[in-house]
Design a binder for this molecule. Structure first.
Ligand code: DNO
Length: 387
């Protein structure tokens, strides 16, 4: 597979010359300076593309061309926003940037409760603690009827293990981790400049009143059908990112969580340009998913691979595992054998060796990702030597 790297644009302190030195071949990026819902002009697209190419690299994947909330919940201006999306896609197509990652998660792009969970070896990782998440939902967000979405054991842990150690600082950290720090940098809804993120978050949740999984699926199909003609004209491959974590959260529906969900959106729009980002990490955060079986089953409709993997505890907590996890080796083997032309990037690596002082976006360290890329490159080389 093509070794790619998520790079956050010319302001990223991890520079393109650094990436060339560590064996990166292609860049995954977005026009982060353009607000969600606005057109990406050909001029802006070409500016980014030229900058990347001047450094001897190529712009392999757009991650993401964000889908506005209104397209997801079916707001009155969705057709207008879809028209703008189509113009951006056409401009990317004209420039030759043809793999587009997006997601269809309402409100929250991805969720973790802890961004610096200590590992025994001194590194830190992202972590999802289900009982802390319940605490955020029930005690901070105070969502109506939230309690009924959690099992007894999670509620017990919340009362007995989380609540006694929570104070104002702890609550603030939870808010930052769940709805601020993981969102702003992915062109999400909430940024570090928002003074009252919880209030803003509540009003975003309200937009989805009455939208269940079926309605959300209908809106995704509507969106995909509308953009497919542009994708055909410019040979653009759309690849939806699975929901992270792969289950409904905070009363919001989620529709890319498991085998039957993936089958459903592929069948709803049976066009090869409608495909999947195989994020092994997001899918493996649900104990219901057999990640290796999914890789084999959906390799032919996959356009982009995210190499990382999670360990789920019996209580539903999960943590990123090593990139040498045997399941990830099998996923990489599957794609390297069946789809060696696909772009692949590593994801959500630990903070290590000074990464923690650099203020990187959560999950996007330098040393941690460099080590992970080395590991995945080693797996790929081994698979190829066995061919
Ligand atoms: C998190 C990422 C997501 C992903 C988007 C794609 O680290 O996996 O932010 O890029 O959901 O739209």
């Amino acid at each position: 597979m093509e070794k790619t790297w998520r790079w956050f644009g010319p302001n990223d302190t991890i520079t393109l010359p650094m990436l060339r030195q560590i064996g990166v071949e292609g860049i995954v990026t977005s026009l982060h300076h353009i607000p969600n819902g606005e057109v990406w002009t050909l001029e802006e697209v070409n500016k980014m593309k030229d900058f990347i190419e001047q450094h001897g690299l190529r712009w392999s994947v757009v991650e993401s061309l964000p889908v506005s909330e209104s397209i997801k919940y079916g707001g009155h201006d969705r057709d207008e926003l879809i028209e703008k999306y189509k113009i951006s896609l056409a401009n990317l197509g004209k420039a030759g940037v043809k793999t587009i990652c997006y997601n269809f998660m309402p409100v929250l792009d991805w969720a973790r409760t802890d961004l610096d969970y200590p590992n025994p070896d001194g590194t830190t990782n992202l972590y999802f603690n289900r009982a802390e998440f319940a605490y955020f939902d029930i005690n901070i967000l105070k969502r109506h009827d939230a309690k009924k979405d959690y099992d007894e054991e999670t509620l017990r842990r919340m009362r007995e293990e989380v609540a006694p150690r929570m104070d104002k600082e702890g609550e603030k950290r939870l808010v930052e981790n769940i709805i601020v720090k993981t969102q702003g940098f992915v062109n999400g809804n909430i940024s570090e400049n928002d003074l009252n993120p919880v209030e803003k978050f509540r009003s975003l949740l309200n937009l989805y009143e009455g939208i269940d999984a079926e309605k959300l699926r209908e809106n995704m199909t509507y969106f995909l059908n509308a953009i497919m003609p542009v994708c055909e004209e410019y040979d653009i491959n759309m690849c939806v990112h699975p929901d992270d974590p792969p289950m409904p959260i905070l009363g919001l529906p989620r529709i890319v969580t498991c085998d039957s969900d993936i089958q459903a959106f592929l069948d709803a729009v049976p066009n090869p340009h409608n495909g999947l980002t195989f994020c092994a990490g997001s899918l493996s955060a649900g104990a219901h998913n057999d990640i290796v079986a999914l890789a084999k089953k959906y390799a032919d409709r996959t356009h982009f691979v995210h190499a990382r993997i999670c360990n789920v505890q019996p209580n539903g907590d999960f943590k990123e595992s090593t990139h040498l996890d045997p399941r990830l080796i099998e996923v990489v083997r599957t794609f390297e054998n069946l789809r060696p032309e696909l772009p692949m990037r590593v994801d959500h690596a630990p903070l290590m060796l000074g990464d923690e002082k650099k203020g990187y976006n959560a999950g996007y360290s330098f040393h941690g990702r460099m080590l992970a890329l080395g590991m995945v490159s080693g797996i790929m080389a081994t698979v190829n030597s066995e061919k």
